[in-house]
Design a protein around this ligand. Structure first.
Ligand code: UDP
Ligand code: MG
Length: 315
């Protein structure tokens, strides 16, 4: 297997404490495979000693390359920065906190080398020690995404092995608001999945806030489906039908000489229609905001510093 070249891409944000240990562990798992490897560590604007640790690691572990963003651009941007500079025949994208078990990598590599799978995904068997709120929100999100876009990402993770052809397909997708998990599914290719149990985080804590997750979810749904817009249209049609029936009834009552009463109905209708309109504007507005983001065509990230990285790294 010596002639294969594997890139390990790891987004790093405030992981100073655990990073060195993680890389050593991953390197230890890969060593017996005797494959050429590089570690692309993308520092997503950490304020702790992460960048220092990355530079020190480069002295200790062969094949460590570093990229540092000018600020925190998010995990998605960090993954794409890694994809843009990787040199391997395939890459493995994984977290810095060992919540993506490195022990799975040899099996991923085997499926890729021996069985010709171009995408090998780590899929959560259990959702680890997540809170109930997270579990409910995640289930709801994946259901919505599936029924809107047909893309089934339930229990999918960012832990993936991708062949370099898949990587170049991903790099052709020029959207600014990326959703790696969805995009890696959208491209197709021959795929396999490996189930795993998510271990608890050893050091530090998860960087995701509820608001951050909500933004990711909205981003994912608006990127992969225009169904919410169709729902707005369908609601409009439904309301029109309703008002048509109500209109006929009102006219009939009028002809029969029964005075039309119904203050409550009027108020309720106003409130229902008013709030539905506002939600609809919100949905349309969200798509317009997405279009605005895309036409501005700003870079996905800006690099402050790199080492051991081929040029043209800035996206
Ligand atoms: N991460 C990042 N930028 C961010 C937040 C997180 O690059 O703004 C990285 C982080 O360093 C880790 C991975 O994304 O390697 C997963 O983050 P975390 O463990 O906080 O998320 P969780 O495991 O809860 O999904
Ligand atoms: Mg984690």
């Amino acid at each position: 297997m010596k002639d294969f070249f594997l890139s390990i891409i790891i987004p790093v944000y405030e992981e100073g404490e655990a990073l060195a240990e993680s890389i050593r562990t991953i390197d230890g798992v890969l060593a017996p495979l005797e494959i050429r490897r590089e570690f692309i560590l993308v520092d997503d604007g950490s304020t702790d000693q992460s960048w220092q640790v990355i530079k020190e690691l480069a002295q200790e572990v062969p094949g460590v390359c570093g990229l540092r963003f000018t600020r925190n651009f998010g995990k998605e941007a960090a993954i794409f920065a890694g994809l843009a500079v990787m040199n391997g025949d395939a890459c493995v994208v994984m977290d810095a906190d060992l919540q993506h078990p490195p022990a799975l990598i040899p099996e991923m590599v085997r499926l890729w080398r021996e069985e010709g799978y171009q995408v090998v995904e780590g899929v959560k068997r259990t959702r680890g020690q997540e809170g109930l709120k997270n579990k409910i929100c995640a289930t709801l999100f994946y259901r919505l995404l599936k029924s809107f876009s047909g893309i089934d990402l339930n229990n999918a993770t960012d832990f993936k092995l991708l062949d370099k052809r898949v990587v170049s397909a991903l790099l052709q997708m020029e959207e600014r608001n990326t959703f790696f998990r969805g995009m890696a599914n959208w491209v197709g290719y021959k795929r396999a999945s490996i189930p795993f149990d998510v271990p608890a985080r050893q050091v530090g804590k998860s960087k995701w806030s509820t608001w951050g997750l909500f933004k990711l979810a909205v981003n994912a749904i608006t990127s992969f489906s225009s169904m919410p817009l169709q729902i707005v249209t369908m609601l409009g049609v439904l309301f029109l039908l309703g008002s048509f029936l109500l209109g006929i009834q009102t006219l009939y009552m009028k002809i029969k000489g029964v005075a039309v009463s119904g203050f409550t109905t009027v108020i309720l209708l106003q409130l229902i229609v008013g709030s539905t309109l506002m939600i609809s504007f919100g949905i349309i507005g969200t798509y317009i905001a997405r279009i605005f983001d895309e036409v501005k065509a700003r870079p996905r990230y800006l690099l402050a510093e790199t080492f051991n990285v081929k040029d043209s790294a800035n996206d």
